[in-house]
Ligand binder design. Structure first.
Ligand code: FAD
Ligand code: DHB
Length: 390
């Protein structure tokens, strides 16, 4: 089989890239290790920056997001019983985020690829990358017991943190930077009305808590838990009691609880691998970087990578212009590092770091006090939360 761009991974990065290339008349094949049902069922991110919303509209997958997603122009940042409302729209010239689950976005992307006859080969095992330093790379895989081979011009490694693409780069060619946190987030989805119309990011001596949502009748909550926590140790009643204990009093009193319909633990990590281009292989999204989820940046960074990469490939196929491809890594990584900085800052502001000496605890309290008293600091938070320019 021959295509122009072989895309590894059918997460948001890979599917969105294949759709944007298709709209520009460029052929691609997406290879996905899991089944489509598995990918569509994963509960992950929920907050979309306005530029990512615009990119989805351009890709023709914005209709359901616009009809059913919720536009938010503020968030709450709490510490104990103190709560600040951070105005997102005012200091950013009217920019707002949209609450739209990654699950819904992925469903729309799969549906549009199917409707346009796009090749998305799920349950593809043993994907291997070859000749990434050459002009004609190729990919091999096994599907339904049959060996396959795709010859292509470029390979896009959109296969997430545990994928094969980053690991295919010769050792010594890739630099990595990493910080692993000694805690994770325990997430619960429940068919209950959200505790508040806006998200609440709550710092507390017992640990961080986040109140988010998917719709008027579907809530998403998270608790900071020690690394290695088994969700089985957290029956619903324990989860709700702990959440109540970490929220400001008014929110705790308003919390409506019910049975959880999903419960899982995600570890927290900051990770960057670069450069994001090696010959004919381009890394995008979680394959190249992971942020702790506190700033809601993971999915949005996948969006900015695909914005840069799709534009570079479209320019190359259109006019032979190589500038976009050559500058891809530098452009994408500049934005990634700023999102890493912000995600680290939000994580540091709001989580309990049990190993912190008393000095660092006082600094954390001062950071919140400064934010509470400074319009400039609140504007900086808003600017980062709605997303730095592409
Ligand atoms: P992914 O969504 O990881 O997609 C990669 C795809 O590649 C997957 O479908 C995978 O099955 C496939 N793949 C992997 N290996 C291979 C292979 N060898 N061959 C073929 N295919 C392969 N971000 C937030 O902003 N907020 C959150 O609350 C949040 N929660 C998260 C919870 C979890 C458990 C995880 C893992 C991530 C979370 N994120 C969150 C991050 C966000 O979901 C990701 O940044 C986003 O999914 C990145 O999209 P992607 O397409 O680059 O990677
Ligand atoms: C959600 C996840 C986040 O990491 C975040 O910062 C905000 C919202 C969510 O899943 O809704």
């Amino acid at each position: 089989m021959r295509t122009q761009v072989a895309i590894i991974g059918a997460g948001p990065s890979g599917l969105l890239l294949s759709q944007l290339l298709d709209l520009a008349g460029i052929d691609s094949v997406v290879l996905e290790r899991q089944s489509r049902a598995h990918v569509e069922g994963r509960i992950r991110a929920g907050v979309l920056e306005d530029q990512f919303q615009a990119l989805l509209r351009r890709a023709g997958v914005g209709a359901r997001m616009d009809a059913e997603g919720q536009i938010h122009d503020g968030i709450a940042i709490a510490r104990g019983d103190r709560s600040l409302r951070i105005d997102l729209a005012g200091p950013t010239g009217g920019r707002r985020v949209c609450i739209w689950g990654q699950t819904e976005l992925t469903r729309d992307l799969f549906a549009v690829r199917e409707a346009r006859g796009g090749a998305v080969l799920d349950e593809a095992a043993d994907v291997a990358l070859h000749g990434i330093g050459e002009e004609r790379p190729w990919v091999t895989f096994r599907r339904g017991g049959v060996e396959g081979r795709i010859d292509c011009d470029f390979i896009a490694g959109c296969d997430g943190f545990h994928g094969v693409s980053r690991r295919s780069i010769a050792s010594g060619r890739l630099e990595t930077w990493e910080r692993v946190y000694p805690f994770g987030w325990l997430g619960v989805l429940s068919e209950t009305p959200p505790v508040s119309p806006e998200l609440i990011y709550a710092g507390h001596a017992r640990g961080f808590a986040l109140c988010s949502m998917r719709s008027a009748g579907l809530s998403r909550y998270y608790l900071q838990v020690p690394g290695g926590t088994d969700p089985g140790d957290w029956p619903d009643a324990r989860f709700w009691d702990e959440l109540r204990a970490r929220l400001p009093e008014a929110a705790a009193a308003a919390l409506v609880t019910g049975p959880s319909i999903e419960k899982s633990v995600a570890p927290l990590r900051s990770f960057v691998a670069g450069p994001m281009r090696h010959g004919r292989l381009f890394l995008a999204g979680d394959a190249a970087h992971i942020v702790p989820p506190t700033g809601a940046k993971g999915l949005n960074l996948a969006g900015s990578d695909i914005h840069y990469l799709s534009a570079a490939l479209i320019a190359w196929y259109g006019t032979g212009d190589t500038e976009g491809l050559e500058g891809y890594s530098e452009r994408a990584m500049a934005r990634v590092w700023k999102a890493q900085r912000f995600s680290w800052w939000m994580t540091r502001l709001l989580h309990r770091f049990s190993e912190d000496p008393p000095f660092d605890r006082r600094l954390q309290a001062a950071e919140f006090d400064f934010l509470a008293g400074s319009q400039a600091a609140q504007a900086a938070l808003a600017e980062n939360y709605v997303g730095l320019p592409y």
